[in-house]
Design a protein around this ligand. Structure first.
Ligand SMILES: [Zn+2]
Ligand SMILES: [Zn+2]
Length: 382
């Protein structure tokens, strides 16, 4: 798929000012935010797209590169995807995310970033965990224990970062603002405070267990409940299960992204399942009962009507996938694939020739059966 133009994604014109770009991004981010679009993969994709676009256009250098070279300027940079199971690939996702949170929240809370800075409680990162499951598991739902590398509150200092429970002090360099100003010629330059790294606080005796961070890295085991009916792209949010914040800052969230493996037999379309079932030429011609496997692990009897053609579809009501967080279930569709007999004995061949003769002599209608068998093979070859 060709990448869309970044300006177009944010709904602004090519010559848009930094303010217009920011405004465009905020409008899109609010509209597409995952909290408002639960289980909407399309909105999620657009949300990421908007993040990516803003990531570039808000940065003067990247914007200049993009204006000049287009997407080619970042060929290896962004996007990601990867899709391997495990918790390794949260990088792009988490950073895109925290950016939005910073941005939206920073602005909503009174535009403090414009003026003198002001410290923000360092919220922990959101984590992404890709979970690959089988169609059968998506059908039943499942309880799964996952292990994620994350950061948790330090036990020794209970998140304060200070040894022996001492309270952190307001940073003397920046008076708690997290930023310092320096005069350079006519300009005043504002930068992150070097003493406290923007935290606004310093710690006299940093906790030895966490080096004053208030959190430590740890593998965390979590039992998660995957509801029945999930599909590839379903996202499950576990609020507060992401990384712990710095020095007691708010905890991020954990997002579980579901990927359902392809099934040998069933193809899924929404909540409906499709499968091809081979039937013998005689069953197709004379009618009969066949048994088909169903996704719940059982079998269902299906009546094949006389004179069924290859490709005929039949529906088994409510034998598809359960609706996610809803009542009911999809249907299962089976498509008959009439099998032409092979390795015939001499006697069988003789009977078929006899049949052919009778069919063409006396029953022109049944020639359509042979022509359908023929077109089946033709279609297999083509
Ligand atoms: Zn500690
Ligand atoms: Zn400071």
């Amino acid at each position: 798929m060709a990448k869309r133009d970044y300006y177009e994604i944010l709904g602004v014109s090519k010559g848009a000012s930094a303010d217009e770009i920011k405004k465009g991004y905020r409008t899109k981010a609010k509209e597409l935010h995952p909290d408002r679009n639960a289980d909407n993969p399309k909105a999620e994709a657009q949300f990421k797209e908007a993040n990516e676009a803003y990531e570039v256009l808000k940065d003067a250098n990247k914007k200049a590169a993009y204006d000049r070279y287009g997407h080619a300027a970042f060929e290896n940079g962004m996007g990601g995807g990867g899709g391997r199971p495990g918790a390794g690939s949260q990088g792009d996702f988490a950073s895109a995310f925290s950016d939005v949170f910073d941005d939206l929240f920073g602005d909503f809370m009174g535009g403090q970033r414009g003026g003198g800075g002001g410290r923000r409680a360092a919220r922990g990162n959101d984590l992404r965990y890709n979970l690959r499951i089988d169609l059968e598991e998506a059908y039943t739902g499942l309880q799964k224990t996952i292990t994620v590398p994350t950061a948790v509150e330090c036990d020794t200092c209970h998140g304060s970062g200070a040894e022996g429970g001492a309270e952190p002090q307001t940073c003397p360099t920046c008076s708690g603002m997290g930023k310092v100003r320096a005069q350079q010629g006519f300009f005043t330059v504002e930068r992150t405070c070097p003493t406290c790294n923007g935290m606004g606080q310093t710690i006299k005796n940093p906790c030895k267990s966490c080096q004053g961070q208030g959190r430590v890295e740890k593998e965390k085991s979590l039992s998660v409940n995957i509801p029945a009916g999930v599909e590839t792209g379903t996202r499950i949010r576990l609020a507060g299960e992401g990384e712990a914040g710095m020095r007691g800052g708010p905890t991020g969230d954990l997002y579980i992204f579901i990927e359902v493996r392809e099934h040998k037999l069933f193809e899924r379309e929404g909540n409906n399942l499709f499968c091809r079932v081979p039937v013998s030429m005689t069953d197709a011609a004379l009618g009969g009962d066949i048994e088909v496997p169903t996704i719940d692990g059982g079998r269902s009897r299906v009546k094949i009507p006389q004179g069924s053609q290859s490709g005929r579809q039949m529906r088994l009501r409510a034998k598809g996938m359960p609706a996610l967080r809803g009542a009911g279930a999809g249907d299962m569709f089976i498509e008959l694939a009439v099998e032409t007999p092979v390795n015939l004995t001499g006697k069988q061949k003789e009977l078929l020739r006899e049949f052919d003769k009778l069919a063409t002599d006396n029953n022109p209608q049944s020639t359509s059966f042979f022509s359908s068998v023929k077109s089946f093979w033709d279609s297999m070859k083509g």
